[in-house]
Ligand binder design. Structure first.
Ligand code: C2E
Ligand code: MG
Ligand code: MG
Ligand code: MG
Length: 278
């Protein structure tokens, strides 16, 4: 009967739920400890110009190796850090370290740093950014902060104030994962955004999927008519790269052209061009 099925389902799922909760509790405790130790590293994914194939920037991506659970992806630990109120502190450390690393790269190479929606609500963010720039000596024009549409959704007044202050420092703002959130086009001109990063879920379906082809074309045209730069992220194949080049996206980023690597390895690559022959 349905009643029995319900009971069986309950019996099957309860242990899984318990495991999930136990892992979550354990990760929470580990993340609190990680903040005091040195368990975080930053890797850098190269960004290429689609015009001349040269490296123009790198995106800083945070890595956490937990002593108990091994490597935990940011998609898992960032939301936990947000809930525990740790994300501003972690984010400030990332900013400080990434600016320091980037200050050792050639001057024409920019740095992109992700900012969580929770971090964007911290009124101290502009001061943290200014401090990271001052301590590292990195020129503000070389720094881009990546935010997502969700960050703008419910707190647009506060976000606008913070982003305007950051923009005044000379730092630019990119809209990450574009197309997956609520994509209100009004964000694009209300906020001081100078770059759109097309989400990898669309990039990975071109050129085969006609819906994704249309979306990538539309975003690229929209961006260029608003005088914004466009990055296509998540490029894994030569046919995706060829398609993206035809569309006139300014920059490309993906496993095909370069995986995230340590700062020293990135520095060694900065003189080199993209290695694929698409
Ligand atoms: P994101 O900002 O959109 O970063 C791009 C993600 O796509 C990275 O995953 C990168 O490794 C991955 N990626 C790049 N090229 C490809 C590709 O060709 N194929 C595939 N399948 N993936 C590719 P990662 O490092 O796991 O980061 C995931 C997300 O976690 C980031 O997405 C960002 O939202 C967040 N994150 C990472 N580092 C930080 C950080 O320092 N602070 C904050 N607040 N969030 C971070
Ligand atoms: Mg990003
Ligand atoms: Mg710039
Ligand atoms: Mg993204």
């Amino acid at each position: 009967s349905a009643k029995n099925n319900g009971r069986d389902t309950y019996r099957v799922f309860e242990p899984m739920l318990m495991e999930t909760i136990k892992r979550r509790r354990s990760l929470e405790a580990a993340l609190r400890r990680a903040c005091m130790r040195d368990e975080f590293t930053i890797v850098y994914q190269p960004v290429f110009s689609s015009l001349n194939d040269e490296i123009t920037a790198a995106e800083a991506l945070l890595r956490w190796t937990c002593p108990d659970h091994g490597e935990i992806p940011p998609s898992e630990f960032i939301p936990i850090a947000e809930e525990l109120g740790l994300v501003s502190r972690i984010g400030a450390d990332v900013l400080r370290q990434a600016c320091k690393d980037a200050a050792g790269w050639p001057d024409h190479i920019d740095l992109a740093v992700n900012v969580s929606p929770v971090q964007l609500l911290d009124p101290r963010l502009p001061q943290m950014v200014a401090q990271a720039l001052a301590d590292s000596g990195l020129a503000p024009e070389r720094l881009e902060l990546e935010i997502t549409e969700t960050a703008l959704l419910n707190n647009d007044e506060a976000a606008l104030r913070t982003l305007t202050q950051i923009r005044k420092l000379g730092v630019s703002i990119s809209l990450d994962d574009f197309g997956t959130g609520y994509s209100s086009l009004s964000y694009l001109h209300r906020f001081p955004i100078s770059r759109i990063k097309i989400d990898k879920s669309f990039i990975q379906r071109v050129p085969g999927d006609s819906g994704s082809v249309s979306i990538v074309r539309a975003i690229t045209q929209l961006g260029s008519s608003l005088n914004m730069q466009i990055t296509a992220e998540g490029i894994e194949t030569e046919s995706q790269l060829a398609f993206i080049r035809e569309q006139g996206c300014d920059h490309v980023q993906g496993f095909l052209t370069g995986r995230p690597i340590a700062s020293a390895d990135f520095l060694a690559r900065t003189g080199k061009r993209v290695v694929v022959n698409a």
